[in-house]
Design a protein around this ligand. Structure first.
Ligand SMILES: Cc1cc2nc3c(=O)[nH]c(=O)nc-3n(C[C@H](O)[C@H](O)[C@H](O)COP(=O)(O)OP(=O)(O)OC[C@H]3O[C@@H](n4cnc5c(N)ncnc54)[C@H](O)[C@@H]3O)c2cc1C
Ligand code: FES
Length: 291
């Protein structure tokens, strides 16, 4: 486990093993996605980049027995309060689990296990001379970057935000960033730059201050691989929040194995989901999402 160079920023948070029942307090539309909140009365405040395994108490295994297992979701925002920690999740309905979660009603109960996994590390930990951060999000992958931007801002670390979406149906959640200076790209041209978010990153990395930033990215595998290669080309440190199919979320099933650059494998649920760009052989992880 890494230690955090900035106290409280980027340190892995662990919770007691076992799932907890939490009450859903909100579920709202966010463009083509939904944001729902759950009150975690007994869990710690998570670090940005960590995830939870979620399942609903009722109606899970409803669509022809699916989903059978809990599914992984990044925490997009959180707020501690007198009754517990409010956790916000940004979800895109792509299958039985996400459809069920998107339909959660206020007062319903959710089974939650986490926070799990390795979070983002502060820029100074990735490269000693690094002053700020560039956050690059694609589609539903913007979720963990929203909390990371807030945490960086809280620590006085500047960040620039680049977000890309495929089309208007597969976009949303910008309000989670609570900042107005976001550069947007869309593949269908409905908003911002007409093209990929990596086009915006390329321009930024070719600017004068490229060497003074660390890049953090989350999104579809092809986007992450493009970010990884661009950062390598420009000598800029990067961390990527990857996805892989996760059956357990805590290291027991090896379903989330990802090849390492030097040979061998890591279990993404315990050694990730956030990984250094140079740690992995490729970000093109099979089953690594694509929305
Ligand atoms: C660490 C981590 C964090 C995540 N965070 C989020 C998040 O914040 N928000 C979010 O919405 N999702 C997130 N995900 C993704 C989410 O966990 C998965 O998409 C999950 O599998 C959805 O479950 P489902 O039952 O709805 O869909 P599934 O049935 O599991 O399908 C998921 C996707 O895979 C495709 N698929 C399914 N079966 C096949 C197949 N046989 N061949 C090809 N494609 C197939 C589907 O079309 C769909 O796009 C995260 C995943 C990980 C690992
Ligand atoms: S999901 Fe089971 S080992 Fe990673």
């Amino acid at each position: 486990m890494r230690s955090a160079a900035t106290p409280g920023l980027g340190a892995r948070v662990t919770a007691s093993l076992g799932r907890r029942a939490c009450e859903v307090t909100r579920n709202v539309q966010a463009g083509g996605y939904r944001i729902f909140s759950a009150l975690d009365r007994d869990g710690p405040e998570p670090a940005a980049g960590q995830f939870y395994m979620l399942a609903t108490e009722a109606g899970w295994s409803a669509e022809e027995g699916r989903p059978y297992l809990a599914r992984a979701f990044s925490v997009a925002d959180c707020e501690p309060g007198p009754e517990g920690v409010r956790l916000d999740f940004l979800v895109h309905a792509v299958g039985p689990a996400t459809r069920r979660l998107c339909a959660l009603g206020e007062g319903e109960r959710l089974w939650l296990h986490g926070p799990l996994g390795r979070p983002f590390a502060p820029p100074a930990e990735l490269a000693p001379v690094t002053a700020g951060a560039i956050l690059v999000g694609g589609g539903i992958g913007i979720a963990p970057l929203a909390l990371w931007r807030r945490r960086l801002a809280g620590a006085g670390i500047p960040s620039r935000v680049l977000l890309g979406f495929r089309d208007s149906e597969r976009s949303g959640g910008l309000d989670l960033f609570r900042c107005s200076e976001i550069k947007l790209a869309s593949e269908d041209g409905h908003r911002g730059h007409h093209g990929h978010v990596t086009d915006l990153l390329e321009v930024m990395l070719e600017g004068d201050d490229a060497g003074s930033a660390a890049v953090y990215a989350c999104g579809p595998p092809a986007m992450l691989e493009a970010v990884r290669l661009l950062c390598r080309e420009h000598g800029v440190a990067c961390e990527l929040a990857l996805e892989a199919p996760m059956a357990c979320g805590f290291g027991a099933c090896f379903g989330c194995a990802v090849p390492l650059a030097g040979g061998g494998y890591m279990r993404l649920c315990v050694d990730g989901p956030v990984v250094g760009g140079e740690e992995i052989e490729t970000a093109l992880v099979p089953g690594g999402g694509g929305h």
